[in-house]
Design a protein around this ligand. Sequence first.
Ligand code: HEM
Length: 182
Amino acid sequence: MYGMIHKSLQDMICEKHGKAKWEEVFINSKADDEAFLSLNNYSDNIAYSIISTASKILNIPAEQFLKEFGIYWVLKTAKTNYSNLINQYGKNSFELLTNINSMHEQIASVFINYAPPIIETKRIDPSTLHILYRSTRKGFTPFMLGIIEGLAVYFDENIVIEYVRRHETSDGETTTFILRKR
Ligand code: HEM
């Protein structure tokens, strides 16, 4: 994962739980100082280690922690640094989610060799979106759930996630979501 993901995890833990807790997570995760350069690519093991250590130390189930991280990622990290990009690819959640592969592709010139998920969408009717999320990582579906929730807040929409079904695959996971706009 790119360092900006680690940096955003650090920012969230400092903001919500204080710097001392972050120091504890950092030391116990055995990540080193070098792992926080935003535009460097690191082994996924570092992100997994920060997440599982934070879950233990903060006493928050890993899935809940990752979901909160998805919300934070949209409303703090992406909103602060990439709002132009978000606004360029969608003026509401359904539009942005439908264009997210193109958006991730556009930034592939900056994030060399990165591995964002593939997201296929199908608009069933004006208020219903089916999403098929395919990741080369295991365990990131809750992050996606948090991103969806964060986007609804970002665009000031009332969106309910009506259905989630996750399947592990040999090299990651595939999850179906059904979103309904109210
Ligand atoms: C707007 C700014 C955004 C930027 C700069 C960005 C960039 C990135 C980066 C750098 C990664 C890490 C991948 C790696 O290091 O291999 C990532 C992962 C991810 N991105 Fe984006 N992204 C953005 C928005 C979004 C949005 C709106 C979605 C909503 C669908 C999304 C979905 C994801 C997911 C779910 C992952 C986790 C990796 C996985 O599932 O395998 N991203 N993104």
